[in-house]
Design a binder for this molecule. Structure first.
Ligand code: IPM
Ligand code: MG
Length: 364
C-alpha cells in the first residue's frame, strides 16, 4: 500500500522519538511491501520561532492532506511566558480541532516486564492492568468560551457540551467495552456540573443500544482515588476533555511509565487520525539520547491499525517491543529501581539503541 504520513516532530524530545518511530515504520514497510511517504510538519514552539505562530494553516493543511499524522511533543520553557494564544500547546489544540479528531483513545496497559516500575502494591495490581480511556478531545473547557477582564484580575473558561459531542464519545466507549470486558464507566462531576448531568442523560439513552455492557458512573474525584485503590475495576472509561487529560496521566503512572503509553485521536473516519505518545516534550533531556521512544513507536503501531487497517503490521511492532522488553533492554525511565542492575548487565540504553532494537526484531 502507498500511504502518506505527516510527521510533526515538534519540540524537546519530540524529534528524538519520532525519528525512531520512522525507522520502525520503514522496517515494517520493507517487510510487508508498503511504501510510506513522509511530509514534515512544523508545529509547536519550533513554529513560533520560525513563523511567529504555533500552527500556520499551511502546516495544518499538510496533515489534512495526509493519510495519517504522527506527532512527537510540543512545548518547552522557552515559550512558557508567551500569551496563551500563541503558546506551543495551541498547536496541539489546533491540530485536534482542525483535524476534527474528537475521540482520544488512551490505553493504559501494564507491560508485565515493567511491573517493578509500578508504584502500586502487588496485591492491588494482580497480574496486570488494562484500562482504555476514551477522552473527548475537541470540546469542553479546552475549546469553550474564555476570557480575562481588562484589569487582568478576573478570568474564566467554560465547560460546554452538546448532546452530539457527548454521544459520539459515549458510543465509542460502549463499542470498545463490547469488544473487551463489557464494562463502561463514565467519569464526570455530575454532583456539581450541569454539563456532567447532560453526560449522564446521554449515557442513559445510549445504553439501550448496548444491553450487554454494564454502565457505571463515578465522580472525577472518586475516580482518581479508585484508580490507585483498585484499578482493576476499570475496563473502559469515557470522559470529558479535561478529566480525560488528568486521568490518563494518572493511569499511565500506575502502569509503570508515561514513556510507554501511546494514543490515537480519531474523528468520524473520513479524515486522517492523529497519533502521539501521551508524554510531553521533556526539554531537560531533549537531544541527549535519553528519551524512551517506545510510546511513539507504539503510537505508530496504532496508526497502522486504525488508519491503515494494517493489523498484522501493528501486531508485529507490538510483539517486537514486547520481545525487546523480555530481553531486558530498558531506557532510564523504565529501568526503575533496578537501574544499577540493568546498567551492570549492559542493558541500559538510549533512544537510538532502543529504536534499533525494535527495528532489528521486526527484521528477524
Ligand atoms: C495531553 C497534554 C495536552 C493536553 C497539553 C500539552 C495541551 O497534556 O495531550 O494530555 O492537555 O491535552
Ligand atoms: Mg495531558
Amino acid at each position: 500500500m502507498n500511504k502518506t504520513i505527516a510527521l510533526i516532530p515538534g519540540d524537546g524530545i519530540g524529534p528524538d522519538v519520532v525519528a525512531e518511530a520512522v525507522n520502525v515504520l520503514n522496517a515494517v514497510a520493507d517487510k510487508y511491501g508498503h511504501h510510506f511517504e513522509y511530509k514534515n510538519v512544523i508545529a509547536g514552539g519550533c513554529a513560533i520561532d520560525k513563523f511567529g505562530k504555533p500552527l500556520p494553516q499551511e502546516q495544518l493543511d499538510i496533515c489534512l492532506n495526509s493519510d495519517a499524522a504522527l506527532l512527537g511533543a510540543v512545548g518547552g520553557p522557552k515559550w512558557d511566558n508567551l500569551p496563551s494564544e500563541i503558546r506551543p500547546e495551541k498547536a496541539l489544540l489546533g491540530l485536534r480541532g482542525g483535524m476534527k479528531v474528537f475521540a482520544n483513545l488512551r490505553p493504559a496497559v501494564m507491560w508485565k516486564q515493567l511491573k517493578d516500575a509500578c508504584p502500586l502494591k502487588d496485591e492491588i495490581v494482580g497480574d496486570g492492568l488494562d484500562i482504555l480511556i476514551v477522552r473527548e478531545l475537541t470540546g469542553g473547557i479546552y475549546f469553550g468560551d474564555r476570557g480575562t477582564s481588562e484589569d487582568q484580575n478576573t478570568a474564566w473558561d467554560t465547560e460546554k457540551y452538546t448532546r452530539p459531542e457527548i454521544e459520539r464519545i459515549v458510543r465509542m466507549g460502549f463499542e470498545y467495552a463490547q469488544k473487551r470486558q463489557k464494562r463502561l464507566c463514565v467519569v464526570d462531576k455530575a454532583n456539581i456540573l450541569n454539563s456532567s448531568q447532560l453526560w449522564r442523560r446521554v449515557a442513559e439513552d445510549v445504553k439501550k443500544d448496548y444491553p450487554d455492557v454494564t454502565l457505571s458512573y463515578l465522580y472525577i474525584d472518586n475516580a482518581s482515588m479508585q484508580l490507585v485503590r483498585n484499578p482493576r475495576q476499570f475496563d473502559v472509561i469515557a470522559t470529558s476533555n479535561m478529566f480525560g487529560d488528568i486521568l490518563s496521566d494518572e493511569a499511565s503512572q500506575i502502569t509503570g511509565s508515561i514513556g510507554m503509553l501511546a494514543s490515537a485521536s480519531l474523528g468520524d473516519g473520513t479524515g486522517p487520525g492523529l497519533y502521539e505518545p501521551i508524554h510531553g516534550s521533556a526539554p531537560d533531556i531533549a537531544g541527549k539520547d535519553l528519551a524512551n521512544p517506545l510510546a511513539t513507536i507504539l503510537s505508530a503501531a496504532m496508526l497502522l491499525r486504525y488508519s491503515f487497517s494494517m493489523e498484522k503490521e501493528a501486531r508485529d511492532i507490538e510483539n517486537a517491543v514486547n520481545a525487546v522488553l523480555d530481553e531486558g533492554w530498558r531506557t532510564g525511565d523504565i529501568a526503575g529501581a533496578k537501574r544499577d542492575e540493568v546498567s551492570a548487565a549492559g542493558k541500559l540504553v538510549g533512544t537510538k539503541k532502543m529504536g534499533q532494537l525494535v527495528v532489528d526484531r521486526i527484521k528477524k
